[in-house]
Design a protein around this ligand. Structure first.
Ligand SMILES: C[S@@+](CC[C@H](N)C(=O)[O-])C[C@H]1O[C@@H](n2cnc3c(N)ncnc32)[C@H](O)[C@@H]1O
Length: 274
């Protein structure tokens, strides 16, 4: 098995050979504007090595009537430009989505899906109908967030497989500590390290990684850092445009426009698992 590559160097310091490799990488990163289910339907059966994704859930905002403020604007208000269109997360729709994920994954493929508190209970259990659920990983955001009762500091990631395949190592714990992104350019931007940790656990170089809800493209940057091919989509024009610019800039400079600094804590960088 080939080892995973580390962060790409700045283009100024690259040789001609390395420049050609960068161009090759660029050809293998594809971002499209599409609905997640339509996007998955365009992918052939058993062709994807790994799915890592962070869907837009309507449940938390709709049913708990939350969502006013700097990040989401006035959630319920029509034409609210601060918020993106949501994936309808009723069980029927979620089953259609999961069935497509299963169809495109290769046998032995892994899938990581993020869930908030609400969707974990309403939809998370449906994962078992399609996949072998292996873990619920906790993302500890280090700093306290919003919340009407106990203030939220974590989200969950369900890790599951289609058939049998081991993780790349057995040293990684199921609690991952990465600081949330403050003043993010995109409302729900996640730390790149979060996706790196998923990819690190499951992928080898050249694996095809798919994310049907790319948002600001953190998963795309993580896939590039790990030397993987990437295919992603989003329903929003803004998300697609931000991601394309971010990826392009990263491929040319080795710098991440939207997350210039690591979200890991100094103490964790010593024992890096992502
Ligand atoms: C939680 S955000 C993803 C954030 C991303 N992980 C990041 O780090 O920036 C969910 C994304 O799903 C997109 N979305 C909502 N409904 C969708 C659908 N039906 N198909 C594809 N994308 C959709 C939204 O536009 C939003 O960008």
């Amino acid at each position: 098995m080939k080892t995973l590559t580390s962060t790409l160097p700045k283009i100024a310091s690259l040789s001609t050979q390395q420049n050609l490799q960068l161009l090759d990488i660029k050809r293998e990163i594809n971002i499209v504007k599409k609905d997640c289910v339509k996007f998955l339907k365009d992918i052939k059966d058993n062709t994807v090595d790994l799915i890592v994704t962070d869907p837009a859930y309507s449940g938390m905002n709709e049913k708990l009537k939350l969502g006013h403020g700097r990040i989401v604007g006035d959630y319920g208000k029509e034409g609210n430009s601060k918020w993106f269109e949501e994936f309808r997360d009723d069980p029927e729709n979620f089953r259609i989505f999961l069935a497509e994920c299963k169809r495109v994954l290769k046998d032995g493929g892994h899938i990581f899906i993020m869930f908030d508190n609400f969707s974990l209970l309403t939809l998370g259990h449906l994962m078992r109908e399609f996949f072998d659920v292996k873990n619920i990983i906790v993302w500890d955001k280090v700093n306290i967030g919003m919340g009407h009762y106990f203030r939220r500091r974590h989200e969950m990631i369900i890790f599951a497989s289609k058939g049998k395949r081991k993780l790349n190592n057995r040293r990684t714990p199921d609690v991952w500590r990465f600081k949330r992104i403050h003043n993010a350019a995109y409302p729900t931007q996640k730390p790149v390290e979060l996706f790196e940790a998923m990819i690190n656990g499951s992928a080898s170089q050249d694996f095809l990684v798919v994310d049907p809800f790319i948002g600001s493209g953190s998963s795309a940057i993580a896939a590039i850092k790990k030397g993987c091919k990437f295919l992603g989509c989003d329903l929003s024009d803004e998300a697609v445009s931000i991601t394309k610019k971010r990826v392009d800039h990263y491929l040319h400079t080795g710098l991440d426009l939207l997350q210039p600094e690591s979200s890991a804590l100094p103490a964790d960088i010593l024992n890096k698992f992502w």
